[in-house]
Design a protein around this ligand. Structure first.
Ligand SMILES: NC(=O)C1=CN([C@@H]2O[C@H](COP(=O)(O)OP(=O)(O)OC[C@H]3O[C@@H](n4cnc5c(N)ncnc54)[C@H](O)[C@@H]3O)[C@@H](O)[C@H]2O)C=CC1
Ligand SMILES: O=C(O)CCC(=O)C(=O)O
Length: 320
């Protein structure tokens, strides 16, 4: 039986994925790569789906409408990454399309970026860099992470990696997660709190939850009002988790001391109330983009698509 695979994450084509690419090309009769260099729009996905059996998906929005028009040949969407919020899971399930992801492959990469954003906000690094580039030499004063409290919302793969690193920096770490891992917390000295306690007691708050109906705008004007004055919020999860207008207003009023953001409601970020504000630091959804994570996501995404199409057991199918 002939197999056709569509692959859309452009970082899949980095040299780190040479072995995964070779494995996929040996398995499939035809592999179609993303020629646009960015996530695909609905029409662009559909134009490339003809006769496709497996879809290694980047950050494309694979909506119910796209899935309703997808060919019957499509059997598996293999997400290259952890988040599956851009795949309409009920629509995929209704159509008998299996959805897989690559849990844990990018958790160190994302936690290190979250940590970098915390340090950038604490020491004003982007602004100082820009000043030195302009020939200035400001004497800036920041704050230390040591002795501060970090509140982690979502203590899964990324949240746990961040927690242990923050402890090594001398921070007090508390976390909120409905599926709180008591054993991990006990071993690493992490406090268990509910969401409101985390928000009211933390100097830094880092978000690591999936985007879904229970987390959309979980950080809104009301929740920001509960935070300590000058708190810094880091979001490397998904844009929709923070109400961006409320966050921008809170930075302007001085309620928030800073924001470190890797994910946005609209990507790329073109027009936004968050732009042009002091101590708001952006990265372009780059949390998973290290050589190590790109290779981890690529090899697991390929293994998953091959396993499902070969009828083998794949432990990473999310909609069994
Ligand atoms: N910026 C980037 O490039 C990346 C972003 N992400 C985002 O980060 C998210 C987290 O990734 P992982 O840690 O790998 O996932 P994970 O599944 O290991 O952890 C998520 C944790 O959030 C918890 N959770 C779920 N709903 C919650 C709620 N309402 N309140 C508090 N906690 C809740 C879960 O119990 C789980 O422990 C992903 O879903 C994805 O959206 C992930 C990888 C890369
Ligand atoms: O950057 C990517 O392609 C995927 C990273 C991501 O957001 C995820 O793993 O959910």
């Amino acid at each position: 039986m002939s197999m056709k695979i569509l692959v859309t994450p452009t970082s899949f084509l980095k040299p780190e994925n040479a072995a995964a690419k070779a494995k996929l090309e040996a398995f499939a009769d035809e592999v179609v790569y993303n020629d646009l260099g960015r996530p695909l729009q609905a029409e662009e996905i559909l134009e490339r789906l003809d006769g496709v059996d497996g879809y290694v998906a980047g950050l494309d929005y694979i909506t119910a409408d796209v899935l309703s028009k997808a060919p019957d040949s499509l059997k598996v969407i293999s997400r290259y990454g952890a988040g599956v919020d851009r795949v309409d899971m009920p629509a995929a399930t209704a159509k008998g399309i299996k959805v897989t992801n690559t849990p844990g492959t990018n958790s160190v990469a994302v936690c290190e970026l979250a940590f970098a954003l915390m340090l950038c906000a604490a020491r004003n690094i982007p602004k100082l860099h820009a000043a030195v580039e302009k020939g200035e030499w400001p004497r800036s004063q920041g704050i230390e992470l040591r002795g501060k409290t970090l509140g982690i919302v979502g203590m899964g793969a990324i949240g746990k990696n961040l927690a242990t690193r923050a402890k090594a920096f001398g921070m007090t770490v508390n976390a909120y997660d409905p599926y709180f891992d008591e054993a991990f917390a006990k071993e690493n000295g992490i406090g268990r709190m509910d969401l409101d306690e985390v928000l009211t007691t933390s100097d830094f708050i880092s978000l690591h939850v999936p985007l879904n109906d229970s987390t959309r705008h979980m950080i809104d004007a009301e929740k920001i009002a509960e935070m300590k004055d000058g708190a810094v919020v880091i979001n490397t999860a998904r844009g929709g988790i923070i109400d961006e207008q409320a966050a921008a207003d809170a930075v302007k009023s001085g309620k928030l001391g800073g924001l470190g953001l890797d994910a946005f409601e609209q990507e790329p970020l073109i027009e936004s109330p968050l732009k042009g504000l002091d101590n708001v630091i952006f990265t372009p959804h780059t949390g998973a983009h290290t050589a190590e994570a790109v290779s981890g996501m690529g090899s697991m995404a390929v293994d998953n698509v091959i396993a499902v199409l070969s009828g083998e057991n794949c432990p990473y199918v999310l909609n069994k």
